[in-house]
Design a protein around this ligand. Structure first.
Ligand code: COA
Ligand code: MG
Length: 290
C-alpha cells in the first residue's frame, strides 16, 4: 500500500456502512478513514469490524491512504478494534480524543507488541486538553505521528461554543493545532463540515482551511471531495508563480544570490524551496488525473 503525502481530501465513513464501503472504489479522495468510533453505534461495533475485515481482504482502492479510527483504549471497544487493525494492516491508526502524549504511547505499545511497528499514528485533537497539549503530543511522537486531525464537533460540545458556519471564534484553537503540527513535521488536517448539501459554504470553508495552513480536510460525504481536492491543491496561479521563481533562480545571474527580484518582488532561496515543494505536490496531482 502506498502512502501518499497528499491529504487534501480525507473521507470518513462508518465501517458498518456496506453501501459507503462499496462506493469508495469510484471516489477520488486522497485518504479514507474507516470509523469504528462515533459513527458506529455500540451494538454495531462487532459488525463494523467484520465489514472492515472483508473490505481489506478484498483489497481497498490502490493509492489511497488507508486509515482506521479506533475507539479509545479506555472504552470497552478499543482492544478489539486494535485486533481488527492487526488483521487489516492499514497505513495508519487514528486515535480519537487524544489529550496527552501517553494516550498515543499506549496505542503505539500495543501495535509494537503485535509486530505492527510499521503502522503510523494519527491523533484527533478534539477536546480542550487536546488543543492545549497539541505541541507536547506532537513532540513526543514526531517520528510516528503523521497527522493531527481537528475534531470540531467534540470540541464545540466540550467548550460550549455553539454550532455556527462562521468559525472565526475558533481560529485561535485551529491555528494552535496547525502550529503544533508544523513544529514537528506533522500534517494538520482541518475538521469536518456537517452540512454536506451547502457546497458553496463548504468551498469557502476549504479556502479558509487552506489559508490557515491545513494540508487538507476530513470529509463526511462524497460531495465534498471535489472542493477539498481543488482548494487544498496548488491553484494554477500558484503553480505559475512557483515556475517563475524556479526559472528565475536557474538563470546564470542568480548564481550565488540569496535574494533576487522576480517581477518586482523580493524572492529568497526559502521561497525557492517552497516553490519546489509546491511543484512536487502539483505533479503528484497530475499523476493522479492524467
Ligand atoms: N463515504 C462513502 N460513501 C458515502 C459516504 C461516505 N462518507 N456518505 C455517503 N455515501 C454514499 C451513500 O452510500 C450513497 O451511495 P449510493 O450512491 O450508492 O446510494 C451516496 O454516497 C449518497 O449519499 P446520500 O444519500 O447523500 O447520504 P446518506 O443519507 O446515505 O448519508 C450520512 C449521509 C451523513 C449519514 C453519511 O454521509 C455518513 O455516514 N457520513 C460519514 C459520517 C462519519 O464518518 N462520521 C464520523 C466522522 S465526523
Ligand atoms: Mg470526535
Amino acid at each position: 500500500m502506498t502512502i501518499s503525502n497528499l491529504r487534501r481530501s480525507v473521507l470518513c465513513l462508518p465501517a458498518s456502512n456496506g453501501k459507503a464501503l462499496a462506493k469508495l472504489a469510484i471516489l477520488d479522495c486522497d485518504a479514507t478513514i474507516y470509523d469504528l468510533e462515533d459513527a458506529v453505534a455500540p451494538d454495531m461495533k462487532a459488525q463494523a469490524r467484520a465489514a472492515l475485515a472483508g473490505h481489506f481482504a478484498a483489497g481497498p482502492k490502490p493509492g489511497v491512504e488507508q486509515i482506521i479510527r479506533i475507539n479509545g483504549l479506555s472504552t470497552p471497544w478499543g482492544g478489539d478494534d486494535l485486533a481488527a487493525v492487526a488483521g487489516c494492516r492499514p497505513d495508519a491508526v487514528l486515535v480519537p480524543k487524544v489529550e496527552h502524549a501517553r494516550d498515543l504511547a499506549a496505542v503505539a505499545e500495543r501495535l509494537d507488541a503485535a509486530g505492527l511497528s510499521g503502522i503510523r499514528l494519527m491523533a484527533m485533537i478534539e477536546t480542550p486538553k487536546g488543543v492545549i497539549n497539541a505541541a507536547s503530543i506532537a513532540e513526543a511522537h514526531a517520528s510516528r505521528l503523521c497527522a493531527l486531525v481537528v475534531g470540531l464537533n467534540d470540541l464545540r460540545k466540550e467548550t460550549r461554543v455553539p454550532r455556527s458556519p462562521d468559525r472565526r471564534v475558533l481560529h485561535p484553537w485551529l491555528m494552535q493545532v496547525v502550529l503544533a503540527a508544523r513544529a514537528y513535521g506533522i500534517a494538520p488536517i482541518d475538521a469536518v463540515s456537517n452540512d454536506f448539501r451547502d457546497l458553496a459554504a463548504f468551498d469557502a470553508e476549504c479556502a479558509e482551511g487552506r489559508a490557515m495552513g491545513f494540508d487538507g480536510k476530513m470529509l463526511i460525504h462524497p460531495a465534498q471531495i471535489e472542493a477539498a481536492n481543488r482548494r487544498f491543491g496548488p491553484s494554477e496561479e500558484e503553480i505559475a508563480a512557483a515556475e517563475r521563481i524556479v526559472a528565475a533562480f536557474a538563470r546564470p545571474e542568480a548564481a550565488g544570490q540569496g535574494a533576487i527580484n522576480v517581477d518586482g518582488e523580493m524572492v529568497e532561496r526559502l521561497h525557492l524551496a517552497e516553490a519546489e515543494r509546491l511543484l512536487t505536490l502539483a505533479s503528484m496531482k497530475r499523476m493522479e488525473t492524467p
